[in-house]
Structure formats: structure tokens, C-alpha cells
Write a protein that binds this ligand. Structure first.
Ligand code: UT7
Length: 329
């Protein structure tokens, strides 16, 4: 009997309307378009404006579009995984909020917190439920409202991040396409280099934490950069070696959009030419859990059944990894 593989049968995304350009950032902090473009590749990012709207707002829009385009009845969805570092609330899970709002009344679900590698972790987690034969239809969402934890007076971080969400429908594949392999790792010693100090159980919110600006992202960019380049390339190399793939066999590299220079270095180490590297960082910046599903959504029309995709990510934790996916439609 053929192994059941989990495949992405549909992808959709949502980005807010408000465009925060490099020239607008020039008026907010001591930076300039040339620096941002040459160091990161980013030209603009989207920001979710309005009171009382969180990550679920964008996730619901992405899921509604996905259900409509795949002609899926929400009552058929059995599981919702929401990968996010900016949940609506500490609890309950954003996955539960989204499931109810889209009418997924027969689903259970939870959030995955693995920073920028979250969607990769969520995709591989959801796939196990499909491969085991236990579940038939799963939603995997990746999204973040990064603007809710960014200090727009800190030029080291505010130029990088943006808001957005994407969602994938996972189902079994009868034709041998889908998730072929994955290699994931984490290392908690990365915490000092990329974190948000307060708001968790170790340091709950207080007047002092607010005054000390401890509810914002702190990033030691240089250190994170070095780990990201080394580890994304290493993870991709593990996957390629185990599956006898050379750069020529890969149709597209689908990398987490952290920094164009990190992506270029990863592609070079893999022997993948520039034309095969999917990029949209120039328009959205780093949307953390949103980057990979938003990339697949942006390039969906270009993808063909049987294409060999390598997904790769690196993020806070540290967390990192790569997955080999054969596109299923
Ligand atoms: O997605 C999760 C994982 N995150 C990442 O993968 C991010 C990894 N890190 C990076 O992408 C890069 O380190 C950054 C884009 C964050 C920074 O680029 P960099 O080339 O590492 O710059 P740097 O931090 O070493 O700063 C170089 C110079 C410094 O000035 P001096 O000390 O050389 O005079 C900074 O103060 O650039 C200055 N600088 C800026 N200048 C203009 C830092 N931020 C800015 C800015 N505009 N926004």
C-alpha cells in the first residue's frame, strides 16, 4: 500500500491595506531607504491599523478566502493549527478564535509558538495527523501582527517587520506528492539574542515593564544573522542529502523572508540559482509566521504539480529547519 502523504491542496493569504514605506520610516527614525534596501531588501511592509484587531483578524480573512477558493465546507475541517508569536491573547489560543469565526464547528486546534519557523513546525505537525490516516482536512495558519510588539523608535527592528497571515489546507495525496521529508531543530540558548522580555509568566506586565519598553522585540541582529545563515543552509543541506537532491532538482526555494542577504547566502550554499528563489520581502518585510504561506500564495499560479520545493526557516528560540514538499496541484 502506498504511504499516505499530506499535501497542500490550497493556499491563501491576507495583508492589511496600510503600506508603511521606507520613506515614511525615514521620518520616524534615523534611517534611509538606501540603508534598508541594501541591508535587508525591504521597500515596504503592511500594517494592521484599528482598535481591537489582532492576528485572528488577518487569519480569518486568509482562511475565508482559502475555504471559498477550494470550495471547502468549514464543517469538514477537523483541526486548526495557528502558528503565531503574536496571539490575540495569552490564552485562549488564536486557533480556537479563528476556527469559531470561520465556522469550523467540528475542529479542535491550538497555537504553535516557534517564532519565524512556526509555519514549518505547524505544517509538519499537521501532516502527521494526515499521514496517520486519523484526520482528512486540516488548516495550518501562519500569521503575525508584528506591529503590536515593535517599538517604532527602535531603528534596529522597526524597519524589518510587517503584518500579514496565510493559510494552507492540508489533505491526503493519492499521487505521491506532498510533504516528503523535514528536518527541524531548536536551541534555547538563542534566547538572549532575540526575545521579548516581559508579558510572560517570568515577568508579567507592570508599570515598570512598560516604562522599560520590555513589551517590544529585542534583536541582536548581527548574532541572529550569523546563526540564520549557517543554520538555514545546514538544514537545507540535510534535506537535500537525505533525498539525493542537487540544486538542479529543486524547482523553487521557499525561504523565510528575514533578510534578502540571508536568503541569497542560503541559496548559494544549496547551489540553487537566483531565478529559483521565491522572494516577496520587498513588499511585506518580515511577517514572522506569515512569510512562507504568503510566499506560496503570491507565487501560487507559477507552481505546478510535482514541483520540488524546499521550505527553509530560522527564527527566535532559536528555531530552524527545512522541509521538502512536492507541490500537489
Ligand atoms: O526572522 C527572524 C530572524 N531574524 C533575522 O534573521 C534578522 C537577522 N539580522 C539581520 O537581518 C541584520 O543583522 C539587520 C538587518 C537587522 C541589521 O543589518 P546589519 O548589516 O547586521 O547591521 P548592523 O546591526 O551591524 O549595523 C550596522 C550599522 C551600525 O552603525 P555603526 O555602528 O556601524 O556606525 C548601526 O547602528 O548600521 C546602523 N544601523 C542603521 N542605520 C540606518 C542599524 N540599523 C539602522 C537603520 N538605518 N535602520
Amino acid at each position: 500500500m502506498n504511504k499516505i502523504r499530506a499535501s497542500i491542496k490550497g493556499i491563501h493569504g491576507y495583508v492589511p491595506d496600510y503600506v508603511l514605506t521606507n520613506s515614511e520610516l525615514e521620518k520616524m527614525v534615523d534611517t534611509n531607504d538606501e540603508w534598508i534596501t541594501s541591508r535587508t531588501g525591504i521597500k515596504e511592509r503592511r500594517i494592521l491599523k484599528g482598535e481591537g484587531v489582532g492576528t485572528s483578524y488577518m487569519a480569518v480573512k486568509a482562511v475565508q478566502g482559502l475555504l471559498e477558493k477550494t470550495n471547502t465546507d468549514p464543517a469538514e475541517i477537523e483541526m486548526v493549527i495557528c502558528c503565531t508569536s503574536t496571539p490575540d491573547l495569552v490564552f485562549p489560543a488564536t486557533a480556537n478564535i479563528v476556527a469559531t469565526q470561520v465556522g469550523a464547528v467540528n475542529a479542535f486546534g491550538y497555537d504553535i509558538q516557534a517564532a519565524c519557523s512556526g509555519f514549518l513546525y505547524g505544517l509538519t505537525t499537521g501532516s502527521q495527523f494526515i499521514e496517520s490516516g486519523r484526520l482528512k482536512k486540516i488548516l495550518v495558519i501562519g500569521g503575525d501582527k508584528m506591529s503590536s510588539i515593535i517599538d517604532y523608535k527602535d531603528r534596529a527592528t522597526c524597519i524589518i517587520f510587517g503584518d500579514g497571515a496565510g493559510a494552507a489546507l492540508l489533505e491526503a495525496d493519492e499521487e505521491g506528492n506532498g510533504l516528503m521529508d523535514f528536518w527541524l531543530r531548536s536551541d534555547g540558548s538563542g534566547e538572549p539574542h532575540l526575545h521579548m522580555v516581559a508579558g510572560g509568566s517570568r515577568k508579567p506586565a507592570s508599570h515598570e515593564t512598560v516604562e522599560l519598553k520590555q513589551h517590544y522585540v529585542y534583536q541582536d541582529g548581527k548574532t541572529v544573522y550569523k546563526f540564520a545563515v549557517t543554520n538555514m543552509a545546514h538544514a537545507a543541506a540535510q534535506i537535500m542529502e537525505r533525498n539525493n537532491l542537487s540544486g538542479d532538482d529543486i524547482t523553487y526555494l521557499v525561504p523565510h523572508q528575514a533578510n534578502k542577504r540571508i536568503v541569497d547566502a542560503t541559496a548559494k550554499a544549496m547551489g540553487v540559482e537566483d531565478a529559483k528563489v521565491l522572494m516577496n520581502i520587498e513588499r511585506y518585510g518580515n511577517t514572522t509566521n506569515g512569510t512562507i504561506p504568503l510566499l506560496l500564495w503570491d507565487f501560487e499560479k507559477q507552481l505546478k504539480k510535482g514541483d520540488n520545493l524546499i521550505l527553509a526557516a530560522f527564527g527566535g528560540g532559536f528555531t530552524w529547519g527545512a522541509a521538502y514538499l512536492k507541490w500537489a496541484y
